[in-house]
Design a protein around this ligand. Structure first.
Ligand code: ARG
Length: 465
């Protein structure tokens, strides 16, 4: 049993097991930089407002700077323990500068302090993830450019549907990740209000200047209601939701990479730096990294769901339940960062097997829609054209042929409108080239998308938070 900093009303002696249970230092130590920066701004404000003397404020700021330096350098560690990072820093400060250190916590509470630290930590983390997403987008732009003429089957219901180019397929993911980037930024914008100075829940009797600390710490403004400021964790939920969607996209992409690198598809080959062998089957090359990304998606959803559930029954304002927010947030952030760290180079080095893709596109009647469109071009209503094409497909299936193999005479048994030019119309490249509608799969459209993405990347880089 140890004496607590909050000893006073009680003797502050709690059970050792309860202490362990209560302590968050082993995970909230991640926020030591944010905690110290926040305290420095707070002390400077207390000095400026005459709440403590300028001299005391300066000594506190100095002492905090020393702690920050020592923690950064590793000459101070967390082995002294403590209930949480806030208590740890304050105890260390008082150890270093004596009773002056005890003035730091004037006009503040751990409730506004922890809300502040977490917002600052998450803000930095989102910038980091934003950078990673831009790096991913750059790889996607490059790979899409390289593969804008590589034809493969596009699927619906996992059945070959219509031909597309691989660059178009990749750009679909680029669009998802661009929305993800914007979603994170939007979350950061809403979260960027300072809770510091909300104190325990009701504000304070001291003449504080919340705007001063808010702007010193890079916030756009202050939380307008002190009770909301200390009990709001919407920002955790919003960012975890954005992270969950990033994982959804990475997971769908991973699933495709796994399918495509199977013997059944053989559309791509994942570089061996990102595959593993089997301990008993010598022929295997497993796509472990992609599978792990897909698997870890569940963790991040769990972080989101856990946080929502933790919040739903809490009366205002702060409750200790909220200490659970941090592990979820840290885990969500770290999981996404780790996944991107391996996914980006895996995509950058992916080998695309054009021949295999083209071969797969040549089977499976993916030009059937184009054959129907051909008849429509000759004046037939689409529904009638659809029916005739269906009959032709069925005939091919019976004879184990593809549409390109049937002689003109056979076509003409089904419709007198068929002429020699039908073969040009169902050529796969022509099928792709003719999909010129905005956002379609023709090369010009893919180029337009890549162009847009490149400009978007430049704009995003300039404004990265
Ligand atoms: N470690 C706590 C948390 O993460 C800090 C706030 C504690 N506040 C309190 N009144 N016990 O939520």
């Amino acid at each position: 049993m140890s004496e607590k900093m909050w000893a006073g009303r009680s003797e502050g002696k709690t059970d050792a097991v309860a202490d362990d249970f209560n302590s968050s230092l082993h995970f909230d130590r991640r926020m030591y930089r944010q905690d110290i920066r926040g305290s420095m701004a707070h002390a400077a404000m207390l000095g400026r407002q005459g709440i403590i003397s300028d001299k005391d404020a300066a000594r506190i700021v100095d002492g905090l700077a020393g702690i920050l330096e020592d923690l950064d350098r590793g000459t101070l560690d967390f082995s002294a323990g403590g209930e949480d990072i806030h208590m740890f820093v304050e105890t260390e400060l008082t150890k270093r500068i004596g009773d002056v250190g005890k003035r730091l916590h004037t006009a503040r509470s751990r409730n506004d302090q922890v809300a502040l630290d977490l917002r600052m930590w998450l803000r930095d983390a989102c910038v980091e993830i934003g950078r990673q997403l831009l790096a991913l987008e750059e790889v996607l732009a490059r790979r899409a450019e390289e593969t804008k003429d590589v034809i493969l089957p596009g699927y619906t219901h996992l059945q070959r549907a219509q031909p597309v180019v691989f660059g178009h397929h990749l750009m679909a993911y680029a669009m998802m990740f661009s929305r993800d980037t914007e979603r994170l930024r939007d979350g950061v914008r809403r979260m960027n209000q300072s809770p510091l100075g909300c104190c325990a829940l009701a504000g304070t009797t001291y003449p504080t200047d919340r705007e001063m600390t808010a702007s010193a710490l890079g916030f756009d403004g202050v939380c307008r209601n002190s009770m909301d400021g200390v009990s709001d964790r919407d920002f955790c939920v919003e960012i975890l939701a954005a992270l969950s969607l990033i994982m959804t996209h990475l997971s769908r992409f991973s699933e495709e990479l796994i399918l495509w690198s199977s013997w059944e598809f053989r559309f791509v080959e994942i570089d061996e730096a990102y595959t593993t062998g089997s301990s008993i089957m010598p022929q295997k090359k497993n796509s472990d990294m992609a599978e792990l990304v897909r698997g870890k998606t569940g963790r991040v959803y769990g972080d989101l769901m856990g946080t929502l559930t933790m919040l739903k029954g809490l009366p205002l304002a702060y409750n200790k339940d909220m200490q659970e927010d941090k592990e979820a947030v840290f885990d969500g952030v770290e999981t996404v960062q780790n996944c991107l760290r391996v996914f980006i180079p895996m995509l950058a080095t992916l080998r695309v097997r054009r021949e295999q893709m083209l071969q797969a596109a040549q089977k499976g009647f993916i030009n059937a829609t184009d054959l129907a469109d051909y008849l429509v071009g000759k004046g037939l209503p689409f529904r009638s054209a659809y029916k005739i094409t269906g009959q032709l497909v069925s005939r091919c299936e019976k004879e184990n042929k593809v549409l390109e193999d049937l002689p003109l005479a056979v076509y003409q048994e089904y419709s007198a409108l068929f002429e020699e030019d039908l073969y040009g119309a169902i050529d796969l490249k022509a099928c792709v080239d003719r999909r010129t509608s905005r956002g379609g799969t023709c090369i010009a459209s893919v180029e337009e998308q890549i162009q847009w993405l490149r400009e978007w990347i430049v704009r995003e880089k300039e404004t990265l938070y």
